[in-house]
Write a protein that binds this ligand. Structure first.
Ligand SMILES: *Cc1c(COP(=O)(O)O)cnc(C)c1O
Length: 391
């Protein structure tokens, strides 16, 4: 479709490639690896991201919904697609038809599948080690092992999810305790008759980064040194914990000024007139609002990049627009129309505004900043070198 709108999320696939390379440095060869492309690849566009990852040699992708898996299959994705969500009998048909690999968390899921399948099928089995969201209770461990001895469902992988991976270390804490619980699962499941030992995976981005900070011998005995990883955020260029990785932002959200106002001291801006110019000010109107995922909490709080400088969002965020005060950068009354504004990510000068910073201003987390970018913001694949908005 022709794009009339001068606002877009530029998707930099060479940065994705860079991030994948950085992540791979943390993971021992042969360790299970499943980049997460759920939620439209954290808002980046799951088809483009997934096809690129496949091209880069990724063998498994993680989705949260059957619908997401089907979309990827229709787009031509051929890798293994791990589906992490809950499903009932209605979900079985599409799972089988589209060759999704389900992650099982309930007995109902097991029974639904067993009712329909005629030959063996690979599944992953999730255990709840303290997150209390999805996964089988640890008390079910023996019963599950016995069940899978004779089932057509073959346990190709076992997994858990850490609730506080930011604090993972080999000495103490809830994340370590969760991995200890998980080691019991691994022990029990390594002994299923006539089935290869399942792969194990437990680490999100924070867990993966922290786990790699220590050598295998520093971790308590019994924990698998091959904790598989399911990175999301790091893949998209943001490290959730301190790290020496050289990650680069995959999404760069940019717009341009569509109207310039030279305000006199005392004049105000936007609904409710919550901001009033204390001196003569240059104001730019930017076509990006809360309907596009620019949080209204950023009213009089947010920052954007303009001509390589951070400048504040002034007045209330509207459905379709924000207003920015560029007076610190522009000293005379001139038209700024069509000048680029970067809402987050890298600007055309290589300056960077992190979604993390925006998340702090909006009292949320980077994950929500990325996934909030609205459906009506086009995702445009950025060519290497051509960063600027002009199309
Ligand atoms: C989303 C998700 C991840 C990835 O988490 P990040 O913090 O973005 O790396 C990993 N595992 C599961 C089960 C998830 O749902």
């Amino acid at each position: 479709m022709t794009q009339y709108r001068r606002t877009a999320a530029w998707i930099n696939l060479s940065h994705l490639e860079n991030n994948l390379r950085e992540i791979k440095k943390l993971i021992a060869p042969g360790t299970f690896f499943c980049p997460m492309v759920k939620a439209n690849a954290y808002g980046h566009g799951d088809v483009a991201i997934s096809l690129k990852l496949e091209q880069l040699g990724v063998k498994t992708l993680g989705v949260g919904l059957i619908e997401e898996g089907l979309l990827l299959r229709r787009a031509g994705c051929r890798s293994q697609i791990l589906f992490f969500g809950i499903f009932d009998e209605h979900g079985v048909e599409p799972i089988l038809q589209s060759h999704l690999t389900p992650v099982l968390s309930t007995w109902e899921q097991i029974l639904c599948l067993e009712k329909k399948i005629k030959s063996s099928m690979a599944v992953h089995v999730k255990f709840d080690t303290g997150m209390h969201r999805l996964g089988f209770a640890m008390q079910d461990l023996e019963k599950l092992r016995a069940h899978f001895e004779t089932s057509l469902l073959k346990v190709e992988g076992i997994l858990t999810h850490l609730h506080s991976a930011e604090g993972l270390n080999p000495k103490e804490g809830s994340a370590l305790e969760q991995l200890r619980q998980f080691a019991k699962v691994e022990q029990v499941f390594s002994a299923i008759n006539s089935q290869p030992k399942p792969v194990v995976h437990s680490l999100n981005s924070a867990g993966m980064i922290n786990f790699a900070k220590y050598s295998a011998s520093e971790w308590p005995e019994g924990l698998s040194p091959h904790q598989g990883a399911r990175p999301g955020l790091a893949l998209y260029g943001i490290a959730p914990v301190k790290s020496t990785m050289n990650l680069k932002p995959v999404m760069n959200l940019r717009s341009e000024i569509v109207r310039t106002h030279a305000l006199k001291a005392g004049e105000s801006v936007s609904y409710g007139a919550t901001w009033t110019a204390s001196k003569d000010s240059m104001i730019g109107v930017v076509p990006m609002g809360y309907a596009d995922g620019y949080h209204r909490l950023l009213s009089n709080r947010g920052t954007v990049l303009f001509r390589g400088q951070p400048v504040p969002v002034v007045g209330n965020v509207c459905m379709d627009y924000i207003m920015i005060d560029v007076s610190s950068v522009v000293k005379s009354a001139e038209s700024l129309d069509h000048e680029v504004v970067t809402l987050f990510g890298e600007d055309e000068f290589g300056k960077y505004l992190s979604p993390e910073e925006l998340a702090k201003q909006a009292q949320t987390i980077s994950w929500e900043i990325l996934t909030s970018v609205g459906e009506r913001v086009p995702r445009v694949i950025e060519n290497e070198g051509a960063r600027s908005w002009k199309m």
